[in-house]
Design a protein around this ligand. Structure first.
Ligand SMILES: NC(=O)c1ccc[n+]([C@@H]2O[C@H](COP(=O)([O-])OP(=O)(O)OC[C@H]3O[C@@H](n4cnc5c(N)ncnc54)[C@H](O)[C@@H]3O)[C@@H](O)[C@H]2O)c1
Length: 256
């Protein structure tokens, strides 16, 4: 018996990185999985790699989470092809880092569009089904950058916004059998942090080593670390937990 037998989990931005690691965990635990990502081919290829259990299915859906029509079509397609929706993980993300004086309006709008508007549109489209069936789980991906991070005014504002969004939906949707929580990752070794290393003109391994050294548990995080927290928060074991943000960061946000 897996914790997600008979459930359908939709994970955005899951063609790679944290999203793919999380999709893999849902598949291992019995769910049918929809991988939603910008590029349909990448999403379909990732879906084909999932370790599905017997009777479960996977689908890759090309969609831009910041576009309402694209989101509505994606959710309807998942419901038709996989027979429903029970779990939504709002994970799709981008960075457009710069100090405030160099940050463009486009940098601001793009980041807000994917993280905040994307989570809003996806959750709104899914909640219709969740309310009808009086069951649903939403996990939003925030970040330790919500607490403030030089060069990330746009990303930090979006990621703290995600926490307010999560708390509010915890209040609004609780009466309908829907739990809404957030996970705030610390440094996770993915293409996103590799791109940060490149921007800082640092070697990827050296960047990871320095981040591990600065962390109380002396290692960097991996997509599996986030997948474990996300699946717990969307499982029936966590049905009395809602509106919360769980920091999964090796303790770095505790300060020194
Ligand atoms: N890696 C980290 O250290 C870290 C730390 C804290 C939070 N996060 C957050 O975790 C999430 C996943 O990060 P990651 O490191 O796996 O990043 P990643 O760059 O490896 O993957 C992000 C995925 O999101 C997809 N995506 C981007 N814009 C999209 C859109 N408009 N519609 C649909 N899909 C879109 C990308 O195509 C990509 O597949 C993001 O929300 C990120 O902000 C990451």
């Amino acid at each position: 018996m897996g914790r997600f037998d008979g459930r359908v989990a939709v994970i955005t931005g899951a063609a790679r990185g944290i999203g793919f690691g999380t999709a893999t965990r849902y598949a291992e635990e019995g769910a049918s999985v929809a991988i939603v990502d910008l590029d349909e081919t990448a999403a379909t290829e990732a879906a084909a790699k999932l370790p599905l259990t017997e009777g479960a299915q996977a689908v890759g859906v090309g969609a831009d989470v910041s576009d309402a029509a694209s989101v509505d079509a994606a959710i309807e397609r998942v419901v038709t092809e996989l027979g429903g929706i029970h779990v939504l993980v709002n994970n799709a993300g981008i960075t457009r880092d710069n100090l405030l004086f160099k940050m463009t309006e486009e940098d601001w709008d793009l980041v807000m569009g994917v993280h905040l508007k994307g989570a809003f549109l996806m959750t709104k489209a899914a909640q219709k089904h969740f309310v009808e069936q009086k069951y649903g789980k939403v996990v939003n991906i925030s970040s330790i950058s919500a607490l403030g991070n030089r060069g990330q005014a746009n990303y930090s504002a979006a990621k703290m916004g995600i926490q307010g969004f999560t708390r509010t939906l915890g209040i609004e949707l609780g009466p309908f059998g829907i739990n809404v929580n957030a996970v705030a990752p610390g440094f996770i070794a993915t293409e996103m942090t590799d791109a940060t290393a490149a921007r800082l003109k640092m070697d990827v391994e050296e960047f990871r080593r320095l981040n591990a050294e600065a962390n109380p548990v002396k290692r960097v995080g991996h997509p599996e670390d986030i997948a474990a927290a996300v699946t717990f928060l969307s499982s029936d074991e966590a049905s009395y937990v809602t509106g919360q943000t769980l920091y999964v960061d090796g303790g770095i946000s505790l300060g020194t």
